[in-house]
Write a protein that binds this ligand. Structure first.
Ligand SMILES: C[S@@+](CC[C@H](N)C(=O)[O-])C[C@H]1O[C@@H](n2cnc3c(N)ncnc32)[C@H](O)[C@@H]1O
Length: 282
């Protein structure tokens, strides 16, 4: 008769197997087992002498196999926390990154708090930015756009699950989805990786349309900056996330299209990631 493995033994072995492919092997092992057993991480520890039944062990082995092959943990668990909101995440959307919380922070800071303004989130994906803003500002009238119908489905599911139904979801190519509308604030974390960038190899599980933007990586940022003045009220703000080396190019583009008070801010790990500017004239 073969010995039945306990939760403690399974976790030790899994963390060892994940060592080469994850920065947080033990955490990943616990999150995946928690998903299979429907238990929190603290419950796993509290019950770590419990034996695993064969069915659960098989399901867990399959999830581990996918993680070893590079599938992001968020796609395997189906969720990711962003701005303290538990978001549903599927392979149709970019896994929201902690650095994007810095964009949310600057967007909140740049506008007055208790004024009912119109806000646009371009390339909303899971809805991470739009829903974070909606959770903080009940008076804001927020519209969010994506070119991917599958991404908008995930965003709408998040909107319902989080009981933040005020965001309007629009399908389309950047401003084509809101052709004659103007906003007080436009935010975007668009694709900004160059088509041939070697970093793409480690991002193969995520949708390519969420990642790449032409030879220089600046195609989406350029298109948004060029069209934004026609969609901003006088004195409105554009707040953009970009790659860590792209701040000078984004600053130049903003100046070229008439933006003032242009500044760049670093994310929580010190990389220049968010650039914003205001448009004062039409
Ligand atoms: C980097 S992801 C950002 C997702 C989300 N805002 C976040 O921060 O996690 C970029 C998003 O832009 C969308 N996108 C790409 N090209 C687009 C276009 N031409 N028009 C509208 N959305 C586009 C992608 O589908 C993707 O959801």
């Amino acid at each position: 008769m073969t010995a039945v493995a306990t939760i403690a033994q399974i976790l030790t072995n899994a963390a060892r197997a994940l060592r080469g492919c994850s920065d947080s092997p033990r955490l990943d092992a616990e999150l995946l087992l928690g998903k299979v057993l429907g238990l929190s991480r603290s419950s796993l520890v509290a019950h770590d002498a419990r034996p695993l039944d064969a069915g659960d062990e098989r399901v867990y082995a399959e999830l581990l196999h996918q993680r070893v092959r590079g599938v992001p943990i968020a796609y395997l668990t189906g969720e990711r926390e962003f701005w303290s909101l538990p978001l549903i995440v599927t392979p149709a959307v970019l896994v929201p990154r902690p650095e994007t919380e810095s964009l949310v922070q600057h967007a909140l800071q740049v506008m007055p708090e208790n004024v009912p303004i119109c806000v646009l989130d371009l390339g909303t994906g899971s809805g991470a930015i739009a829903l974070s803003l909606a959770s903080e500002r009940s008076l804001w009238n927020i519209t969010a756009v994506d070119l991917s119908p599958q991404a908008l489905e995930v965003a709408a599911q998040n909107s319902a699950a989080l009981k933040l139904p005020r965001v309007k979801w629009r399908l389309g190519n950047w401003f084509d989805a809101v052709p004659s509308e103007r906003f007080h604030l436009i935010v975007s974390n668009p694709p900004y990786i160059a088509d041939e960038d070697q970093a793409l190899a480690s991002l193969a599980a995520e949708p390519v349309m969420a990642l790449t933007a032409g030879r220089s990586g600046l195609d989406a940022l350029s298109a948004i900056i060029a069209q934004a003045p026609r969609h901003l009220h006088a004195g409105g703000w554009l707040v953009l996330e970009h790659g860590a080396t792209q701040a000078p190019a984004v600053t130049d583009l903003l100046a070229q299209y008439g933006f003032a008070s242009v500044s760049t801010f670093s994310d929580f790990s010190g990389k220049p990631r968010v650039t914003l500017g205001t448009h004062t004239q039409h």
